[in-house]
Structure formats: structure tokens, C-alpha cells
Design a protein around this ligand. Structure first.
Ligand code: GLV
Ligand code: MN
Ligand code: MN
Length: 396
């Protein structure tokens, strides 16, 4: 709740965009708590922050546990923050119990998981895992043209540590489910089997600006009509394809943006997701075809740029087992599920065995101020995280 005050909104959520002043304050608070827990903190060139507790054999690769502290523009208190703070709680619990682990543990806060300020999502954990070049990540820019590199410098979190390139024994992340499955099933713990595929696009449709009064509708080349037609047909395709298809248009901009001028240009984002990569590929094809088709029909110029593709992933069986066994040993009801949301774990699993624990959130609502978690479920999730970490890090 103290973390939720950083960037807290009147509606009960948080506004803590990556590398904003609020993000800096959240990082400062987190680092202070890590110091208090006796951890040694290091920050890499992308601001990814690792707070380390030595292992009994400190030369062994560490187990990473954590998530992210950045939020959506109108985000909730728990998306990301629950995973970072539960990881810290695991450390404090081990400290209080006087328990050492064989492997070192590192509590991690990944930079810019959300990707809503600096698309794409998860770009800094992606760079850590070698999926993106450092320069690519540093160069991602927000709507005002400020880059990740500039903003890291500005808030003082461009650290000296190299990004990735070191062995990691395993990674674990606790997160709210962000969907309704656990709540509907009345189940406390989600043992996450994997994460569905995601593709992000920038779509631009250009027509001709003209006066809203004198020019008859039939003589116009109005890109808004084109965008509306593309989006409506794409939703119809997604609805037809199957229950598992996801389509979201979350950003939409008209230029010049005047009520009595026909727009010259429309830019919008498209977020497509599906657990089956073949079905996702089909939706990709449908989007491209529709933009071409509608542009031809209406005398417009349309183009589609894919800015991100994260294929479906499946988590390593040893981590899935560690989470499931921990939940069973603690007596919590559990079920296996697939993640609809993206997480830094998607990229971590490329370099080390990775697993996730989900807990329910009220009404399945997330990426919204209304996001909330039953404290008993948060506690259960943290307990499962602790016991899964012990299984993977080994007792000294
Ligand atoms: C990350 O929050 C996502 O878009 O799934
Ligand atoms: Mn998240
Ligand atoms: Mn999120």
C-alpha cells in the first residue's frame, strides 16, 4: 500500500509510467527497502535493478525473483508491484527465519515491462535475455520523442552493470492473473504453463484533408472511414475465428485533429494475441489484407507496421513443477492455466528455467484503477513463491 501511494491516483490506481518521476520515486523506495533487508543492489545500463542475497555457495548462478514497478497510464496497484514486493517479502522471511539458500537470490525490478510509454513491452528483460540489442532498447522512444536512454540518465538509473550475459539458475515471478479464470473457478493459485503469443502493430491510413462543410461526402477520401471499416471487419474476423483470439485497438489519433476538418491521416495501434501461433499468424494476414482491401475500395493509402512479435511460450517443467508442488505442500487449491498477459518471464525463459505463480484479482479486472487483490490470496501467492524458490535455490 505504501508503494501504491507512489503515483497514486484519486480513483485508487497508480500512474507510474516507466522512467517517469513516479517511477524514480518507486525505485528509490524499493532500493531503500532492499538496503534495509541487507541486500546488495546493482543497476544495469537499462535500469534493471537486482538486489542480491548471497548463497551458501555464492559462486553458483542466482535464482531471480521479481517483476516490474512501472504501470499503465491508468493502472492498478498490483500489476507488477505484487511480484516485486512479494519477492522482497520472501527475502525478509528467510532473513527472519535465519535460513540460507545454497544459490544466491536476486530480487529484480525490470524496466519498462508495460511498454505503454516506450513500446514494445518487456524490452529491458528482453535485452537482458539477448533478444534485443542494448542500443535498440536504449533508443525506444515515447510519444514526445524522449528515449529510454535519455530518461534513464534523467532519473539517475542508467547503471554501470552490463545488461545480461551472465548465467541465471532459474527465474520465478508472482503476478495477479489479470483475467477471470481463477476467480470463476474459486481457486487460489494458478500454476502458469505458458504465455500466449502477441503481436503489436502501428497502422497508418492516409487520405485527404478538406473542409467539413462545402465538400460532399462522395468526393472525400476520409481515412477515418477507412480505419473504422478495417477495425470493424477485423473484429468480425477475430470473433469468427475462435473464443481465444484477442484484438485491441487502444491508441487512436487523427491529424490534424479539428472538428471541422476531414482528417488527413489516422494512426492507430493493434494488439493481436492468441495461444496458438498458427491462429495468430492467420489474424496477422487478415489485418494486412483488410488494410490493403479497404485502402483500394476507398482510395486511401494504408500501411501496417509490425513493431513487436512475441511468440507463444511454454515454461520449463522443473519450474512448473516447483510451483505446483509448493502449492500442494501448502494445501492451496491450484489449477494450471495459460497467461493472457505478457510478462518479463516470457524473455527470461529463453535463458533459464522460468516459472510463474498467479493469484486471482477481483472481477478479473486489470490495467485499470479498479484492480484489486484479496490480501489472503496475495499472502498465498507469496508463500508459494517462497517455497518454490526454496525448491529451486536449494537449502544450505
Ligand atoms: C503487459 O502488460 C501486456 O500487455 O500483456
Ligand atoms: Mn505486469
Ligand atoms: Mn501490465
Amino acid at each position: 500500500m505504501e508503494m501504491a501511494e507512489v503515483g497514486g491516483t484519486p480513483g485508487g490506481g497508480v500512474h507510474r509510467l516507466a522512467l517517469s518521476d513516479e517511477d524514480r520515486a518507486a525505485r528509490d523506495l524499493f532500493c531503500g527497502w532492499c538496503d534495509g533487508a541487507g541486500l546488495t543492489t546493482s543497476v544495469d545500463r537499462l535500469g534493471n535493478t537486482f538486489a542480491r542475497r548471497p548463497g551458501a555457495d555464492d559462486d553458483l548462478p542466482p535464482v531471480l525473483l521479481g517483476s516490474h514497478l512501472d504501470s499503465q497510464p491508468s493502472g492498478g496497484r498490483f500489476d507488477g508491484a505484487l511480484g516485486v514486493l512479494a519477492a522482497l517479502e520472501v527475502i525478509e522471511t528467510l532473513n527472519e527465519a535465519g535460513l540460507a539458500t545454497l544459490r544466491p537470490l536476486e530480487v529484480v525490478n525490470w524496466t519498462n515491462e508495460e511498454g505503454s510509454r516506450f513500446p514494445p513491452a518487456m524490452v529491458c528483460s528482453g535485452a537482458f535475455a539477448g533478444v534485443f540489442e542494448l542500443e535498440y532498447a536504449l533508443g525506444r522512444s515515447d510519444a514526445a520523442g524522449r528515449t529510454i536512454g535519455e530518461e534513464l540518465d534523467r532519473i539517475g538509473y542508467a547503471g554501470p552493470a552490463p545488461v545480461g550475459g551472465r548465467p541465471i539458475a532459474a527465474a520465478l515471478e508472482l503476478h495477479i492473473e489479470q483475467g477471470p479464470i481463477l476467480e470463476e473457478a474459486g481457486t487460489t493459485i494458478g500454476v502458469v504453463a505458458g504465455v500466449q503469443g502477441m503481436r503489436w502493430y502501428d497502422v497508418r491510413i492516409e487520405g485527404e484533408a478538406t473542409h467539413a462543410g462545402p465538400v460532399p461526402l462522395r468526393r472525400r477520401r476520409d481515412p477515418l472511414r477507412g480505419a473504422a471499416r478495417v477495425i470493424d471487419r477485423l473484429f468480425a474476423s477475430a470473433l469468427e475465428s475462435d473464443e481465444e483470439a484477442r484484438l485491441t485497438v487502444g491508441e487512436f489519433a487523427l491529424r490534424p485533429g479539428s472538428r471541422n476538418t476531414v482528417p488527413a491521416r489516422v494512426d492507430f495501434s493493434v494488439d493481436l494475441r492468441h495461444p496458438d501461433d498458427v491462429a495468430l499468424e492467420a489474424l496477422d494476414g487478415r489485418l494486412r489484407l483488410l488494410v490493403d482491401e479497404v485502402s483500394r475500395e476507398m482510395g486511401l493509402d494504408g500501411r501496417v507496421e509490425q513493431i513487436w512479435h512475441s511468440p507463444t511460450v511454454r515454461f520449463a517443467s522443473e519450474c512448473v513443477r516447483a510451483v505446483g508442488d509448493a502449492a500442494a505442500a501448502l494445501g492451496y487449491p491450484q489449477m494450471s492455466l495459460f497467461s493472457g498477459a505478457g510478462h518479463d518471464s516470457v524473455y527470461l525463459q529463453r535463458i533459464c528455467p522460468t516459472g510463474m505463480v498467479f493469484v486471482p484479482c477481483a472481477g478479473g479486472v486489470s490495467h485499470a484503477e479498479a484492480e484489486s487483490v484479496d490480501p489472503a490470496d496475495a499472502e498465498a501467492g507469496a508463500n508459494v513463491l517462497l517455497h518454490a524458490v526454496l525448491r529451486l535455490a536449494g537449502r544450505a
